[in-house]
Design a protein. Sequence first.
Length: 356
Amino acid sequence: MAKNTRETYIKDTRNKKRKKLKLFIFVPLLVIILAGLGYGATLYSKAKSVVDDSYEPIDRDSLREAKVDPNIDDVSILFIGVDDSEKRSNASGTTRSRSDALMVATLNEKEKSVKLLSIPRDSYVYIPERGYSDKITHAHYFGGVTSTLDTVEGLLEIPIDYYVKMNFDAFMDVVDALGGIDVDVPVTFTEQNSKDKAGAIHLEEGYQELDGEEALALARTRKIDNDIERGKRQQLIMEAIMKKAVSVEGITKYAKVMEAVGSNMTTDLSFSDMQSLIAYATADNGLQVETLTLAGTDGRVDGKYIYQLDETALAETKSILQQHLGVSSSLNSETDSSTETETDMTDTTTDTSTLN
């Protein structure tokens, strides 16, 4: 089979290698779809139970003047991926975690289309919680979901209506519960597994079915490319999960998927909110997802690596998302001062010295 997506992934190989991304992807969008697609009383009850147990609304000031209704409004969702594993906590000496992956989805109700933006974890942005610029991954470390939501709103100048936070422990189980996913692997490589066993995963180049461990290895490997390309691979895998989920074969495995999610998800989307989003998966033209990335360059602040966003490209991305979400930049004028990414915003008097 032709490798239609290979050129997308194999480029910029001379870029500096970045630290390993241990968590990578957001299966919650899959869960949102499944929650609305339930067939039969038993599965419906299971889906509702999972979502109800995961429901954690946040009291915060939003850019919205009034609460949106996913049934009739364009909405946005921030997907936050974290690694809350015991090993990670023991290594850092704290129960606080960084966001290892961030994706923003804007959903246009009229078009029934989704735009999915991947934000590199080392993006150097203004963090309102701290009052200075830092890596966006640190927003969650210092202020959890609320800080991350405020930071992303300021960066993109769009309201973030909902969040879904997922621990990576659920990812492999979800892929396995679906019976694997079909992905075009861009290059042959060897990678460690989820238990950090070196060389445990070996994948050959080409279109193939991946299990949970293999999908994780493909998404987090640092041997193929850079953080931007890893973000694109995360999007590719996420699309593969969603396509499998809405297939006839995937529908028969929803109960197992729900069990895999379990207690690894928190969200402020109610079960009825999730049900309203099923129209995006069942539209006449199928699930329409356009993926976006943030352009930038390698940089350093106080000797530490950062990803410096390209201001022109960032402005273009903001415009795309604003139009898709049906908001104007004037709605977000108050956030203009909070989108600075210049290095002179850095404050080194905090305890970020222990963070990557």
